[in-house]
Design a protein around this ligand. Structure first.
Ligand code: NAD
Length: 494
């Protein structure tokens, strides 16, 4: 694919073969030339075909990664690794609009969101490029006659399994950090959306990343993905995706006794107290539910509102819902399609459950006439009031659907917020600083935002879940510890 867009006086291009896997610096077809169709969710058209990587390609990729560790990649200093990542970051910025349009076609992501994702990828590469030579060990006061110290070393070959909803951001935060620490990576992007993963490989190659340091094998989860998780040559697995598959990944990793980072689903709440600055809160309450058509692990799919302002907040949110523009991603609407007809069915089933159990639709965007009939559209829907034990308040819907619940006081808010199997992110809106801190301490999740939500993507902020939302942390400096192992050296000199 030669994806091109005009930029200034130059035509910016990323040239790669969508039907290829990228192994050991070489673009090649999958075994027997097997491919999978790639569908544009905005209109159901076939965009292209991608390689259907098999266990044979995974095996070749792991061997190429091992060879890179023993070859030029393994010989680079931390500063040299960092410089390559910084070059990749600059190249991603130059190509951001090409990447954004590619993601619009592939994922159904509005162009401005694709642009935000591309800039986040660039920022991850910048952050981890800058950090590569700043990860230090410690000296330890030990017995007399000894000097003891710790070293941070790469795991070796790291496997990265990525979902379709934020390919660029997730590649940036996991592969970026793993490369900075000197690991060699095998990346398995999602079968529904993998163009920007391949574009990323091309960018890495053009920026001088040594062959084998990054290998990309598109393919089916149960085929290429499963082969990666059980491969004996993998030393660490970073998995981002559903809880059910995360459990399989952890079980496979256990057989080889290798560590895993699991970034799984969520049912994240934003909690709005009566003293909150509603003007500031409202855009965050709605956007964090409908961004990327609700297909965001940290989507604020539950809004908890203090009783006295419940009806007012619902009314204000509903007004925003009615103004949302839904349409093909390339037209840059507020809300694009879902990733697939399968996902559309999942979300539509939840809306049917809502209807059958008598939940009130408090606000809904209209699906405009003339949407492509084979597009995967669902009308963004606000449901209120919803009881905290209702399925729609408990299960991850992964679509543009938010439920609003009321609470009575801090203890009730905490009980409801913590009352799901998930624990990824939470938001608290209040002008009372002590209350904000009390809440933050009691919320069971990996990140808490006070009087904001998402904090601009939070590249620098460690991110991950508790309970069914997973374990381990990516993003920020913390990810560098996750993608490395600690060695202790004790030297007896007296
Ligand atoms: P998914 O689990 O179906 O797929 C994710 C990836 O796993 C894909 O690359 C897929 O090919 C692969 N896979 C599928 N079966 C596999 C198997 N048996 N072995 C190995 N790999 C396999 O998830 P999805 O539907 O693509 O993504 C949506 C889910 O991801 C949601 O639950 C969402 O919350 C979660 N997610 C979490 C985060 C986070 O950072 N916590 C970020 C984005 C998405």
């Amino acid at each position: 694919m030669a994806a091109t867009t005009p930029r200034g006086t130059h035509m910016q291009t990323i040239d790669f073969d969508t039907r290829s896997v990228f192994i050991g610096g070489i673009w090649q077809p999958a075994s027997f030339g097997r491919t999978l169709p790639l569908i544009n969710p905005s209109d159901g058209s076939e965009l292209t075909h991608i390689a259907r990587g098999s266990p044979a390609e995974i095996d070749a990729a792991v061997h190429a990664a091992q060879a890179a560790l023993e070859g030029p990649w393994g010989l680079l200093s931390a500063a040299e690794r960092g410089r390559i990542l910084l070059r990749m970051s600059a190249r991603v910025v130059e190509l951001a609009d090409v990447l954004a349009r590619m993601e619009a076609l592939d994922v159904g992501k509005p162009v401005k969101q694709g642009m935000a994702d591309a800039m986040a990828l660039a920022r991850y590469l910048e952050f981890y490029g800058g950090a590569a030579d700043k990860v230090m060990g410690e000296t330890i006061p030990f017995a007399n006659g000894y000097t003891a110290l710790t070293l941070r070393e790469p795991h070796g070959v790291t496997g990265h399994i990525v979902p379709w909803n934020y390919p660029m951001q997730i590649i940036g935060r996991s592969v970026g950090a793993a490369l900075a620490m000197g690991n060699a990576c095998v990346l398995k992007p999602a079968e529904e959306a993998c163009l920007t993963a391949l574009a990323f490989a091309r960018i890495a190659q053009d920026c001088g990343l040594p062959a084998g340091a990054l290998n990309v094998v598109p393919g089916l989860g149960e085929e290429a993905g499963a082969a990666l998780t059980r491969h004996h040559g993998i030393h660490h697995i970073s998995f981002t995706g559903s809880v059910a598959v995360g459990q399989l990944v952890q079980a496979a990793a256990a057989k080889n006794a290798v560590p895993v980072t699991l970034e799984l689903g969520g049912k994240s709440p934003q909690i709005v107290f009566a003293d909150a600055d509603l003007d500031a809160a409202l855009p965050f309450l709605v956007n964090a539910g409908i961004q990327n058509a609700g297909q965001t692990c940290s989507a604020a799919s539950r809004i908890l509102v203090e009783q006295s302002i419940f009806e007012r907040v619902v009314k204000l949110m509903a007004e925003r819902y009615k103004r949302l523009v839904v349409g093909p991603a390339i037209d840059d609407p507020d809300v694009g399609p879902l990733i697939s007809q399968r996902q559309r069915e999942v979300v539509s089933n939840y809306l049917a459950i809502a209807r059958d159990s008598g939940l009130r639709v408090a606000g809904q965007a209209e699906l405009p006439a003339g949407l492509p009939p084979a597009g995967c559209y669902v009308a963004p829907t606000l449901l209120a009031p919803v009881r905290d034990d209702h399925r729609l308040a408990q299960e991850e819907i992964f679509g543009p659907v938010q439920v609003v619940m009321s609470f009575d006081g801090e203890a009730d808010a905490i009980a409801q917020a913590n009352g799901t199997p998930f624990g990824l992110v939470a938001g608290v809106w209040t002008r009372d600083g002590s209350r904000a801190l009390r809440m933050a301490r009691k919320l069971q999740c990996g990140q808490v935002f006070i009087n904001n939500y998402g904090a601009g993507g939070g590249i620098e902020l460690p991110f991950g879940g508790v309970k069914h939302s997973g374990h381990g942390r990516e993003k920020g400096f913390e990810a560098l510890y996750g993608f490395s192992t600690l060695k202790t050296i004790a030297i007896k000199h007296d």
